[in-house]
Ligand binder design. Sequence first.
Ligand SMILES: Nc1ncnc2c1ncn2[C@@H]1O[C@H](COP(=O)(O)OP(=O)(O)OP(=O)(O)O)[C@@H](O)[C@H]1O
Ligand SMILES: [Mg+2]
Length: 233
Amino acid sequence: MRVRDLRVVRGKRDVLHGLTFEIARGEVVGLLGPSGCGKTTLMRALVGVQVVAGGEVTVLGEPAGSAGLRRRVGYATQAPALYADLSVAENLRYFASVLGAPRGDAARVMDEVGLGRHRDQVAATLSGGQLNRANLAVALLGEPQVLVLDEPTVGLDPVLREELWELFRELAGRGVTLIVSSHVMDEAGRTDRLLLMREGEILADGTPGALRASTGAADLEDAFLRLITGEAA
Ligand SMILES: Nc1ncnc2c1ncn2[C@@H]1O[C@H](COP(=O)(O)OP(=O)(O)OP(=O)(O)O)[C@@H](O)[C@H]1O
Ligand SMILES: [Mg+2]
């Protein structure tokens, strides 16, 4: 995946000011930064649903949003996008058919996110964390090679988060590239690489260990605070 000088304007505001980076196949990249810094906007550009003002985004060798990428890129939006009056299984079967994913995929992804027991429950009655997992399950349909996950673990307890991170690791082991936004620092430490954003720019890019070392901070939380407030050593 390659992003070159990406600029995005939303409303009248410059939201991304020329981002440039590359992500290798099988890499697990965490996207962090304060609310409103442009994480979701960047993810939208990666999946090709964001109008861009300039620059280039190439995913699996094709321009972001190309028809050929539709089944190869999975996207879990920050706000769950499910039909409230359909059950979990019905939602997943519907999205599977839209994506041309194999039959049986709906059951597989429900298991992967631990929602098998809630398969017949309508989405409107799911808890927040369950709804988030159902939304994540949609992104896993069809075995995409790139996963763009916008805060997939919000509202989950530590045990569920642990399980999902094991799933992410397993996927990466199979060569899937993952871009995951988060506000949770212990999660950030599980990535191969962190992109820290502030106000539409990339402030730091490196492994969790390198970011700790370069800021002289004991933990990531402290490293981020130092970088965001410009007090890095
Ligand atoms: N349709 C829009 N019109 C105008 N401004 C917008 C629009 N959508 C987003 N923005 C602005 O773009 C900026 C980046 O928003 P974005 O959703 O990418 O942030 P984020 O980093 O994902 O934040 P959060 O952590 O709260 O999810 C924000 O300042 C937001 O207010
Ligand atoms: Mg967001």
